[in-house]
Design a binder for this molecule. Structure first.
Ligand code: HEM
Length: 347
């Protein structure tokens, strides 16, 4: 059954079929992508030569009857009922543990935090089932959206559909691939112009930073905080996305903003839809967002990095965040135009 889902989803526009008709999106790029994928060569900052290797791979800590969370297991639907604390009081199996030098982290703060709390394998080599379960158990992502994101991660960003393994960061082909000679390189989520794109919120563009499109950039976090006025809601993030789009256009001669870059607008919505805590009135405030991004303010006012952490006493959203919900956020009318859509900017 999973293979059938893969086949449907890799057809490109299935997950977000309306994307091809959006203003500013050249839908012929879907075909171009199939014919000639623009991707890293397996060299550079996210390449295999410098990718950490942890010989002691330990799978994610499972949910238990004592600490069931959404009871999502084995890639199947969970309860879909949020509003609970994560990690639960007393659940030491999901306490924060900083990644070591042999653990892989990547461009996604949501997944980095999940690995730091062992909802995903702590070494960063994860599986389809872990991805689907963790999204439901931590963030109360709806099962439909959890599936789409996990499949996009495994296929678009080049994990391995046979082993169903994915590196949440750099190229770990030797550990994800069923057979490297057959599959070629599997660059993981750092792989550029797959899921990872230019003009990210807090990550550099691939070509302007020697392939480092995954490390947290405190200057960008500070810019986002300033633009949003420490309130990371849709209007603040819309404006910031527009600024980033413009910045990349000016600074990056290789700036590429293909159809899949629209996923970035979905990721931006995670700040105000998935990260806010019931204990903070579900406000996308600085304390919450900085914790998920691993951002810590320094005495000189700049932002340093301390690893992504679920904030203390954090309770997740009550209703599941579905595929329909995220589509609505991406398509938002006037706000959408502010999100940095190329057409909007040239008007
Ligand atoms: C299987 C599920 C997921 C996959 C494969 C995935 C993958 C990615 C990738 C590749 C990026 C980089 C995009 C870019 O900026 O170029 C990203 C960014 C992001 N993801 Fe995820 N993600 C997943 C789930 C989540 C969840 C559940 C959250 C919620 C907390 C989340 C939050 C974010 C945020 C906020 C960003 C933007 C980071 C930035 O631009 O600085 N993601 N994700």
């Amino acid at each position: 059954m999973k293979q059938a889902i893969f086949a449907l989803l890799v057809s490109g526009t299935y997950a977000f079929p309306w994307v091809a008709e959006q203003p500013g999106v050249d839908s012929s790029l879907f075909e171009a992508r199939r014919a000639h994928k623009r991707q890293q060569t397996g060299e550079g900052a996210g390449g295999p030569a410098t990718c950490p290797f942890n010989a002691n791979h330990v799978a994610a800590s499972p949910v238990t009857s004592k600490y069931p969370y959404n009871n999502a297991k084995n890639g199947l639907p969970g309860n879909g009922k949020g509003g609970f604390q994560v990690p639960a009081t007393g659940d030491t199996a999901h306490a924060f543990v900083a990644p070591g030098p042999n653990d892989i982290r990547g461009p996604c703060p949501g997944l980095n935090a999940a690995a730091n709390h062992k909802f995903l394998a702590h070494d960063g080599i994860t599986t389809f089932n872990e991805l689907v379960d963790a999204q439901q158990n931590i963030y109360n992502v709806g099962y439909d959206l959890a599936l789409v994101l996990a499949v996009l991660g495994l296929t678009t960003a080049d994990g391995d559909p046979v082993t169903e393994k994915l590196s949440i960061g750099c190229d770990a082909t030797t550990r994800t691939s069923v057979n490297p000679a057959l599959t070629g390189s599997e660059p993981g989520l750092d792989g550029h112009n797959k899921f990872e794109s230019d003009a990210s919120l807090t990550r550099n563009d691939f070509f302007t930073h020697n392939g480092d499109d995954f490390s947290f950039n405190g200057t960008l976090f500070g810019m986002m905080d300033k633009t949003c006025g420490s309130n990371f809601d849709v209007s603040g993030l819309s404006l910031y996305r527009k600024q980033r789009w413009h910045q990349s256009q000016v600074e990056n001669p290789n700036f590429y903003f293909g159809p899949l870059a629209l996923l970035l607008y979905g990721a931006a919505s995670f700040l105000y839809e998935l990260m806010p805590s019931g204990t903070h009135g579900y406000a996308p405030d600085l304390a919450t967002i900085s914790s998920f991004f691993g951002a810590e303010k320094q005495s000189d006012g700049t932002w340093g990095f301390v690893h992504e952490k679920i904030p203390p006493n954090w309770t997740n959203r009550v209703s599941p965040y579905s595929g329909t919900d995220v589509n609505q956020q991406i398509k938002l009318g006037p706000e959408y135009k502010n999100l940095g859509c190329p057409t909007a900017l040239t008007k």
